[in-house]
Design a protein around this ligand. Structure first.
Ligand SMILES: [Zn+2]
Length: 319
């Protein structure tokens, strides 16, 4: 009972801060003016090392969309995933049909599904992220909702990445493929249940959020080690293009660390408000990691259909 009262009191106090701040916004922050961290309603405060450039709570879907047209501290967070997300949509629609199949008539339905499965995952992840960064200014309820959508997108990307690579690693060992794929589905479902829990979105869970997703990503090490034991280093490198998978891991882990420790703004608060703060770097590293995975898939595809290492890909003149 007392816990319920506390929650109610907290909610009403947040509402009063929020509504008074909105009233202030109507006079002081008209039009497209931006506000500072300590002028934000409490629910919008997340990173106290980013001091300026905030779009205050809009309460309007259209005003959130309108924020795409002017520069604020979420602009680069939105576009660093919106543009690559759109590019992945283009690849999803055209790449296999216009590039892969003409070069590899031996393409099977499984190949077709796996490549597009990954492209779909990358598209969904980046678009969910863009939507979150654009629409979280609407209200606390929308921010909480889109935050969950954002995390779900990451789970989808990790799952699609792992399953597509498992296919190329174990395409002729279906038992292994099924076992590891089942493990990904179970882990991904557990991760999703965790993400959909409201407690997960609390600010003090930031390091845990980063750690949790790194752990889920790291679960991909098990099939890689299995492949190394089963096929040896040389063949494993060719089957799943380990060089690119390693780069992918470096980008994702580096991005998660930068996000978790809020680098570089933790050392110079206010200096990276619009350009160069941790979330933007994290976004760029996620895109680079996803490109490494795509390159690994194409290399694996090439090896599977020709038996030649992917270093010959350059001679195709299509990459
Ligand atoms: Zn983000």
């Amino acid at each position: 009972m007392s816990a319920t009262c506390t929650v109610r009191q907290r909610r009403s106090s947040c509402r009063s801060v929020s509504s008074s701040a909105t009233g202030e916004a109507a006079t002081k922050y008209q039009g497209r003016s931006l506000c500072r961290y300590y002028d934000l309603p409490l629910w919008q405060r997340d990173n106290d090392k980013i001091l300026r450039g905030y779009v205050r709570e809009t309460g309007s879907f259209w005003k959130c969309l309108e924020s795409l047209l002017y520069f604020h501290n979420e602009t680069l967070n939105i576009y660093t995933h919106l543009i690559p997300g759109g590019t992945y949509l283009g690849l999803l629609m055209f790449f296999t049909d216009l590039v892969l199949i003409p070069h590899f008539p031996s393409t099977t339905m499984s190949d077709y599904i796996m490549i597009n499965f990954y492209l779909l995952g990358a598209f969904l992840c980046l678009m969910c992220s863009s939507c979150f960064h654009c629409l979280k200014q609407h209200s606390q309820a929308h921010s909480d909702l889109w935050s969950k959508v954002d995390y779900m997108g990451i789970i989808v990307l990790i799952s699609c990445s792992t399953v597509s690579l498992l296919y190329y690693g174990f395409h002729d060992y279906l038992f292994h493929f099924k076992i590891f794929t089942t493990a990904v589905v179970v882990l991904g479902s557990g991760c999703a249940a965790f993400v959909l829990n409201d407690r997960f979105n609390a600010k003090n869970w930031r390091p845990w959020r980063a750690a949790f997703f790194v752990l889920f990503g790291f679960s991909g090490i098990v099939p890689i080690v299995t492949g190394l034991v089963k096929f040896g280093i040389e063949e494993s490198c060719k089957r799943v293009q380990l060089r690119f998978v390693m780069w992918e891991a470096v980008f994702y882990i580096g991005g998660a660390l930068i996000y978790g420790f809020r680098l570089p703004e933790a050392f110079l608060p206010g200096k990276f408000d619009f350009v160069g703060h941790s979330h933007q770097i994290f976004h760029i590293l996620v895109v680079l990691g996803s490109l490494c995975h795509f390159r690994a898939l194409i290399g694996s595809y090439f090896f599977m259909h020709t038996g030649i290492s992917s270093s010959h890909l350059l001679t195709l003149k299509v990459f």
